[in-house]
Every structure is written in structure tokens, then in C-alpha cells.
Design a protein around this ligand. Structure first.
Ligand code: GUN
Length: 303
């Protein structure tokens, strides 16, 4: 029987639309909101993420600043820096890139950020408001996932949603947002019994596990919307497991590595109704939503 492959949701295009909204909102504000992105140490991925966040801010007409500290920075010194940014009336949004070096407790740092400037939506006050369904600064990746579903015209209300992964940054908050939109939500994790039986029931499947190619075609209901939050860099050790994926195999042969999601894209696309690529799916949405949060924080704080 002939089956249509899934519709690929273009995260770059959807993110562009949000960026246009951000530009328009800044025009209405009449001033450039200021975002400060703090990085401690030289984690390679964090370097790229923080630079991209500051760059995108500047591109859209915000003021974006990178604050970079040596990996040896003490916890007390970082907390003092956060306090300084809290008090600086000219700073609208603060984000501290995770992970932090081991001498620094990320909880203490997140708790120290003024909730009104917490554009990551990680502060316990904002997490509480999110779970109460009250206005807040939502975490960027989960908010981006919801926007992708909306952009593709996928109906959330009444749908069965399975979230695989229970992290504070993605799994838990995306489940809260789906629930708020009246989905029936199951959060699955490493100790879930018969995981595939749960995911096969899902009209909306969110993969946020952090394991390459974890979600296989057998785990997906025909016609489901599959949103892949994973970003995994794999090397030649994955050549065999990627042999069926022509594009990724080519990238692997050419570069010695390939970037893949938590979903086996090439196989799952034959079953799903919608699917997001990696890269180019959720990733661009995260930064776009961060810009949106920064404008929202500026508007509320200076209203
Ligand atoms: N590390 C991985 N994802 C994130 C994020 O969304 N924000 C911050 N600050 N650090 C991260």
C-alpha cells in the first residue's frame, strides 16, 4: 500500500515569523530591550548557543550582550554578578547558560535571578506560575514546541500527547503547556514500563530524551505529530544505525560526524503525519522564543 511521508515542519520558517513579531513589538515599545547572556567556562556547545543568542538579539534590534567568565569563577562571584544585573534598571532579560562548572550550584544561580528578568523561565516562581496556568515567562524550547504545533495546524485540544523525557528544561514544562491547551498528557521516562505501548497511543509525540535515534517507527502512531527536541552529535560508531538515512550517512562520511535528533527521522517520517527535522526544527524556535520573552519582560517591567 502506498503511504504518504510525513509533512516536515520547517522550524526556520516559523521562527522567522516570530522574529518579525519581535521586530514589530520593539517598534511599538520605542526602545531596545536589553538581554544579557552569561556564560561561565568554555563548553563548546554553550559557546555557540550564547553567541547565537546575543547575535540574534542584535539582528532583531534588541541590545544583546555576552558576559563571559573563566571556568574557575566562584559561585559567590557569579551570584554577585547576577545581583548586579538584577539591580541594573537598564537590563531587561538575564540568562545564565547551563551547564555550569561543578563548583557552582545551578539551583542557587537560577533562584538568584529576578523572576521579572528570567527570560529562560527557569526560576521557581515562573515554573510555579506556568504550572498554575497563570501569565509568566514560559521556558523557550517548550513554548517553541507549542508554536510549531500551532503553525502546522495540529489540534492540541483533546489530543493524546506523550512526552518522552522529564527534564526541568523541556519535558516537565512542555507537558504543562500541552495540558493547559487541553491535551491528555502522559510523561514517560527511563523507568516507564512498555514505553512503546504509551507512545503508540499518542497523537502528539514529543521526544526530549537526549539519546540519538531513540524513537523508532514502531513507537509511532500512524499520522501522529512528532516533535524532536534532541540534538545529538554522532560519529562513525553510528554509521550502521544511520545506513538507511541517505542524507545523514552522507554528512557522516563527509564530516566524520552527523547531527541527529532523538527520533529516527528517515523511518519515522514514513509513519508520522508531521515531523520536525534536526537541525532546523525546534532549534531555531528556542532562540526566537527567547527574543519574544525578552521583549515581554521589557514591556512588563517598564509598563
Ligand atoms: N542549556 C541548555 N538549554 C538551555 C536553555 O534553554 N537555557 C540556558 N540558559 N541554558 C541551557
Amino acid at each position: 500500500m502506498f503511504m504518504m511521508a510525513a509533512e516536515t515542519i520547517d522550524g526556520k520558517a516559523v521562527a522567522k515569523g516570530i522574529e518579525d513579531e519581535v521586530r514589530a513589538a520593539i517598534g511599538e515599545l520605542g526602545f531596545a530591550p536589553a538581554l544579557v547572556a552569561v556564560r561561565v567556562g568554555n563548553d563548546a556547545a554553550s559557546e555557540i548557543y550564547v553567541r547565537n543568542k546575543a547575535k540574534k538579539a542584535q539582528e532583531l534590534g534588541l541590545r544583546g550582550t555576552e558576559l563571559i567568565f573563566d571556568a574557575s569563577l566562584s559561585e559567590a562571584a557569579l551570584l554577585a554578578e547576577v545581583e548586579r544585573l538584577n539591580r541594573d534598571d537598564d537590563v531587561d532579560g538575564i540568562l545564565v547558560q547551563l551547564p555550569l562548572p561543578r563548583q557552582i550550584d545551578p539551583r542557587k544561580v537560577i533562584d538568584a535571578i529576578d523572576p521579572a528578568k528570567d527570560v529562560d523561565g527557569f526560576h521557581p516562581t515562573n515554573v510555579g506560575l506556568l504550572h498554575l496556568g497563570r501569565p509568566t515567562l514560559p521556558p523557550c524550547t517548550p513554548a517553541g514546541v507549542i508554536r510549531l504545533l500551532d503553525a502546522a495546524g495540529i489540534s492540541i485540544e483533546g489530543a493524546r500527547a506523550a512526552v518522552v523525557g522529564r527534564s526541568d528544561i523541556v519535558g516537565k514544562p512542555v507537558a504543562a503547556l500541552l495540558l493547559q491547551r487541553h491535551a491528555t498528557v502522559t510523561i514517560c521516562h527511563s523507568r516507564t514500563r512498555d514505553l512503546a505501548a504509551v507512545t503508540r497511543e499518542a497523537d502528539i509525540l514529543i521526544a526530549a530524551i537526549g539519546r540519538p535515534l531513540f524513537v523508532t517507527a514502531e513507537m509511532v502512531k500512524r499520522g501522529a505529530a512528532v516533535i524532536d527536541v534532541g540534538v545529538n552529535r554522532v560519529d562513525a560508531a553510528f554509521a550502521e544505525r544511520l545506513a538507511h538515512d541517505e542524507a545523514k550517512s552522507r554528512a557522516l562520511a563527509k564530516n566524520g560526524y552527523a547531527t541527529v535528533g532523538d527520533v529516527d527521522f528517515a523511518r519515522v517520517r514514513e509513519v508520522a503525519g508531521w515531523i520536525t527535522p534536526v537541525p532546523g526544527g525546534v532549534g531555531p524556535m528556542t532562540i526566537a522564543m527567547l527574543m519574544k520573552n525578552t521583549v515581554a519582560a521589557a514591556r512588563r517591567r517598564r509598563a
